[in-house]
Design a protein around this ligand. Structure first.
Ligand code: F6R
Length: 601
């Protein structure tokens, strides 16, 4: 979640650390800081709030030095504040940390008994004091890190610089906290992801579980979890810094909503061969009797949509669970089954743990990830990469619809392989998918109508989203989008469930948003809407059958099929959340308390 950057080289690092932190701000943005070592002296500047505050402080206090570390924080232990911001330091060492130290309290007590004075409430500060303790006892920085890491329980990625060492940085990784080492010319780097390193170098390797590396301007030395000196092969990162621009849009989220037709088209194209047939994914669909799916948040809702596609089109049972539940539920899985894992970042700790559990049960792992070279990709048997490009807005938009595109092609592939559909039916489905980008464009034409409705929605404090069948997960996704960026409380129910409880909420003017494209059960949804209207609710219907939603405000959707409608409704719910948040003046790209890459449990 937190972002880490480190540079050890032959020219000043402070400004470049801050530039790199800008690319990592999506990982957390409640405080930020940098530390450098210059002529043996450690120095640091930290600020609460977004990076702009740190930049302001650095105008008053500049930091010199050719070796430094930086951090952007997503608070776990201790409120967002300057004292809780990283780097944490003592006289002898400064560190940045991503992850959670589970035994921090025990270590803190032990170190306090030895007269270490703590200033913050973070778990991370114990790392600095633990290192300091070993350094005080005369250990070298290298030995201090080696010994300290053995005492730390939890998941962590750390980067440390040391008093008296202008050309030394030590980094280590344990658990689900990625750390990439970048190799440059007379300069070396460390970063939470390839994006942060992209302005400096494209030659990278990732630290594996338990690795420790010692960096200087001229060398990188590496040890594995058994303390064996090793080398890891580097690869050329394809991540490009150019993709990180708003391109004239007011926010990344707005840009990312508008880019969906093109990235969905690119993702679909990546799955089709020259004859327009779906390329084999590598799964033997006849060898399995069910699919197991795990993911978090919006990626989970993509799986929930896919459940309807797999079960209706391929007649293949598709069991879904939230990754944080799946990992501890320990479900029995049939031998040699298929587990589908979806993640934009490819780093989500719970999703990675769900994957590991499925692997331990001899499942083949097919992952769908957006960020290339991610941890999930590295441990999967088969990976399909969505071509959404970097998604910077914290709320998932284009990653979601490209995940849907991948999952739709897999459902068609499975159906054909299992002979549930004929080749000509498969081609009809593929043709429906080819029309999706134009349908999304049509949905975008409803932007102005949605904007008008959003003015009123922005004055509300609670909302209820409804949908049946494949529109139920879309209702869940609509509620998630609205709450995360506008902070309006939103709940979602299967429309048929409303009368079993949530109807009690309804009163005059209560906003109900219903996703109801014309399908075989749209009339059932319309009846539920009548029940809501009868209790005075203000109903907004997303539908292509407005005549059966009389009494509602409606957004007319273009006509769409079972495969197409989730893409269309995705655009509409995203605009609804986006404009409502704009109306309220919240920060859509960096909503409060959230972070883009969730590497803690
Ligand atoms: C919501 C959102 C989150 C993510 C979730 C999983 O808009 O973005 O719910 O979908 O944190 O993240 P990934 O896909 O990176 O595993």
């Amino acid at each position: 979640m937190c972002g880490i950057i480190g540079i050890v080289g032959n020219k000043s690092v402070a400004d470049r650390l801050v530039d790199a932190l800008e690319k990592l701000e999506y990982r957390g943005y409640d405080s930020a800081g940098i530390a450098t070592v210059s002529q043996g002296e450690l120095d640091r500047v930290r600020a609460c709030g977004k990076l702009v505050n740190l930049k302001q402080k650095l105008k008053e206090t500049s930091l010199s030095g050719h070796c430094g570390i930086g951090h952007t924080r997503w608070a776990t232990h201790g409120v967002p504040s300057e004292v809780n911001a990283h780097p944490h330091s003592t006289q002898r060492v400064a560190i940045v940390h991503n992850g959670i130290i589970e035994n921090h309290e025990t270590l803190r007590q032990k170190l306090m008994a030895k007269h270490h004075h703590f200033e913050s409430l973070t778990d991370s500060e114990v790392i600095a004091h633990l290192l300091d303790d070993y350094l005080q006892q005369g250990d070298s920085p290298e030995d201090a890190v080696r010994k300290a890491r053995k005492e730390l329980v939890g998941a962590f990625a750390i980067a440390c610089i040391f008093h008296g060492h202008d050309d030394l940085m030590i980094v280590a990784r344990e658990g689900a906290s990625p750390l990439a080492v970048g190799l440059g010319q007379e300069e070396n780097y460390v970063g939470s992801d390839a994006l942060a390193l992209s302005p400096f170098t494209d030659q990278l390797f990732y630290l594996e579980e338990g690795d420790m590396a010692i960096l200087s301007s001229g060398s990188v030395e590496l040890w594995d979890s058994e303390d064996k000196k090793i080398t890891r092969s580097t690869f050329q990162s394809q991540v490009s810094v150019e993709a990180i621009s708003k391109e004239g849009f007011t926010s990344f989220m707005e840009k990312e909503i508008h880019h969906q037709p093109q990235v969905v088209e690119a993702t679909l194209a990546s799955r089709l061969d020259d004859n327009g047939q779906i390329k084999p994914s590598g799964v033997d669909w006849n060898a399995i009797d069910r699919v197991t799916f795990a993911a978090c948040g919006t990626a989970f809702y993509a799986g929930m949509v896919a459940k309807y596609w797999f079960e209706k089109i391929a007649r293949l049972p598709f069991e879904i669970d939230i990754a944080s539940e799946f990992r501890y539920r320990m479900p029995p899985l049939s031998a040699n089954g298929l587990c589908v894992i979806v993640s934009q970042s490819g780093e989500t700790a719970d999703t990675l743990a769900a994957l590991e559990y499925a692997k331990s049960q001899d499942q083949t792992i097919l992952s769908i990830v957006n960020v290339p070279e991610s941890s999930i990709e590295r441990v999967s048997d088969i990976t399909l990469q969505t071509l959404a490009g970097p998604e910077i807005g914290v709320a998932s938009t284009k990653a979601f619809t490209t995940q849907l595109a991948m999952l739709a092609t897999l459902a068609i592939e499975a159906a054909l392989a299992r002979q549930v559909i004929t080749s000509s039916q498969a081609l009809t489905y593929i043709e429906e998918l080819r029309q999706v980008p134009s349908l999304m464009h049509l949905a975008m034409g409803k932007d102005h109508v949605i904007r008008t409705l959003s003015k009123k929605l922005a004055t509300m404090s609670d909302t209820l989203f409804l949908g049946r069948d494949i529109n139920y997960p879309m209702a869940l996704e609509g509620a998630l989008k609205l709450k995360e960026i506008s902070y309006i409380h939103a709940e979602a129910y299967a429309a048929g469930e409303m009368k079993h409880g949530p109807i009690a909420l309804l009163e005059d003017g209560y906003p109900v948003i219903v996703i109801a494209p014309k399908d075989s059960i749209v009339e059932k949804t319309a009846s539920n809407v009548q029940e809501a209207l009868a209790r005075g609710a203000w109903v907004i219907a997303f539908t292509d059958a407005p005549h059966i939603f009389s009494g509602c405000d409606y957004i007319e959707m273009p006509e769409s099929t079972l495969l197409q409608s989730p893409f269309v409704s995705a655009v509409l719910i995203q605009f609804l959340a986006y404009h409502t948040a704009q109306e309220k003046g919240t920060d859509v790209d960096q909503p409060r308390n959230l972070a883009k890459s969730v590497t803690v449990e």
